[in-house]
Design a protein around this ligand. Structure first.
Ligand code: FS2
Ligand code: SF4
Length: 556
């Protein structure tokens, strides 16, 4: 196996024996095979789109296949086998459609690729267009590191974009131009003659698609559930048994809340589901009790004390330890899979039946309290823009000197204590704008307010980084500036998985410069890729807290 898609990749270079995340080689290989199959599908569907006959079911499958290969989403080989079966079947159907219409398809191994079941998850021998190729679907198949890095950067951006597109689709919102960006990227990276310059342009086009996907998901979420509003979220526990819901999918949360209403159980959000606490629709449910625990990676300890049931609607799920007590109480849904847990499929009517998890929860002990008190959430664009006159006044009077965007992901690296220290040492006239699970490094610190404006404004999930862009654009206009780069905003973004990649690419496509990202740079940023990113966007990484505060706050 070879995988270097996340920040925790082995030795900062690539996981080759087993994933640091727990992904096994045979799982990783299945994911590579699946991605190769959807590249073939994308090539054909792109041609069908040019003729006005693209298959939207194929587009839906492609986004799900990308989403399920995202870090910490699927560890289940049987589920991935189902994806490969379906992908091969759909690819053949697309080829059949093209043939029926008299469309000549290019000879490309991605299109003709076939694999028989006994070779799922096996690297050794793969039939590829009649020839045998050991690693045609592997990341390492591209021998030039810059080309490989840029192609993977495009794929990782597509993975993040696909996740957002799926959450929007679950609420009935979709845009063909987003699918077109993804399929175009997958088709283009299959071209053997892509140059570095062409790949850079492609990566920025993926970023542009990311802006569209985040805007669409924002529209889907706010049209369905209302605009997030300032909300005090309980981080303690009640006396009834609980179901903890993790991940990002608000439709799943809606169905769970409706089906569990009046059943004697409480629903708690976890990690990236915390922002749901601020939506008017969800706040109406009396059994929507609060948020339990912290960022995703602490689940293996915090789930032991929750005592109830667990529902994962997207990443990040962590493989439970062998002796853990909660594995059998974990349910997954959507593209998430974990051996030893239970999966709730979507019914033929598009609904999900959560009755089993609710009935089992009724027999559980209430959660054990691990924290108590409240945190404040709900600073998405609508709420912040409602405060805009006040905020602008504070900026103009110098009482707010800088905004620091600290969006992104949290992770296990001890060096991520940097972000806690950075928030603590940040001068008192600076405000943090956050989104994503990175916030857990500082959202419970007593950082105070600036004349009624909290010093941590939490816009929501990682996809709500879109809100931060809307806020930045509005501030730029209100302050009469020409560019977002003229604003008193600096970007110190933490990354872990591929949703942070699409957020980064989205910001770059909008022309945002001077982004600092850490705790380490992606392994696929070769020295040459980094050189170009520095020249074009002045991207940098982090140093020490004191140096970075001096550089980012005091000199910028
Ligand atoms: Fe955090 Fe994990 Fe949100 Fe990422 S819960 S690292 O998926 O997408 O962020
Ligand atoms: Fe390694 Fe990250 Fe890939 Fe898991 S997702 S195998 S930790 S690079």
């Amino acid at each position: 196996m070879f995988c270097y898609q996340c920040q925790e990749t082995a030795k900062g270079k690539g996981c080759e024996i087993q994933g640091v995340c727990g992904k096994k080689p045979e799982t990783s290989t299945r994911m590579d095979q699946l991605l190769y199959i959807i590249r073939g599908m994308a090539i054909v569907n792109r041609i069908l789109r040019e003729k006005g006959v693209a298959d939207c079911n194929a587009s839906h499958f492609i986004i799900d296949a990308l989403f399920t290969t995202i870090t910490n989403a699927n560890f289940d080989n049987a589920m991935l086998d189902g994806f490969i079966d379906k992908g091969l079947e759909m690819k053949n159907e697309l080829i059949g459609t093209a043939k029926k219409r008299g469309i000549t398809l290019p000879y490309m191994p991605e299109v003709s690729y076939h694999i028989t079941k006994e070779n799922y998850g096996r690297l050794e021998v793969v039939e590829a267009g009649g020839a045998l190729d050991e690693e045609i679907f592997s990341v390492l198949h591209d021998k030039k590191e810059d080309i490989r890095g840029l192609k993977q950067l495009a794929i990782y951006g597509c993975k993040g974009m696909a996740a957002y597109a799926r959450h929007a689709l679950n609420l009935g919102y979709e845009q063909e131009d987003i699918y077109a960006v993804i399929e175009n990227a997958l088709a283009e990276i299959s071209r053997p003659d892509m140059s570095v310059d062409e790949l850079f342009s492609l990566v920025l086009a993926v970023g542009d698609g990311g802006v569209k996907a985040m805007a669409l998901l924002d529209k889907a979420n706010t049209s369905t559930y209302g605009n997030p509003e300032i909300t005090k979220v309980n981080i303690g526990v009640g006396k009834r048994p609980g179901i903890l819901i993790s991940g990002h999918d608000l439709k799943d949360l809606e169905e769970l809340l409706i089906q569990s209403d009046g059943k004697g159980v409480d629903i708690y959000t976890h990690s990236e589901m915390l922002p749901a606490q601020s939506y008017p629709f969800f706040k109406k449910f009396p059994h929507f009790a609060g948020n339990y625990g912290n960022a995703w990676w602490k689940q293996i300890d915090e789930f032991e004390t929750f005592n109830g049931m667990f529902l994962f609607t997207s990443n990040c799920i962590v493989p439970p330890r062998p002796k853990t007590t909660y594995t059998d109480r974990v349910y997954t849904t959507g593209v998430v899979g974990m051996p030893g847990t239970h999966h709730i499929p979507e019914g033929s009517d598009g609904r999900k039946d959560f009755s089993e998890i609710i009935e089992r929860a009724q027999k559980c002990q209430p959660p054990t309290e691990i924290e108590h008190g409240e945190i404040v959430a709900g600073f998405a664009h609508n709420q912040v823009l409602a405060l805009a006159p006040r905020v602008i006044e504070l900026v103009k009077s110098g009482k707010i000197r800088k905004f620091v965007v600290m969006a992104g992901c949290d992770g296990r690296f001890p060096s991520r204590s940097y972000y806690t220290e950075f928030a603590e040492k940040l001068p008192k006239d600076c405000v943090i704008l956050t989104a994503g699970c990175a916030k857990y490094r500082y959202n419970k610190l007593p950082l105070g307010e600036i004349e009624g404006v909290p010093r941590v404004l939490d816009a929501g999930q990682c996809n709500d980084s879109y809100s931060l862009v809307v806020i930045a654009m509005a501030l730029k206009d209100a302050l009469g500036l020409k560019s977002v780069n003229d604003l008193p905003i600096v970007y110190n973004i933490a990354w872990y998985e591929q949703k942070a990649v699409i957020v980064l690419l989205a910001l770059l496509s909008l022309g945002v410069r001077n982004i600092h990202t850490g705790p380490t740079l992606p392994a696929y940023f070769t020295p040459d890729i980094l050189k170009v990113l520095r020249e074009k966007f002045n991207i940098g990484t982090i140093s020490t807290v004191d140096d970075d505060i001096a550089n980012l706050i005091d000199t910028w």
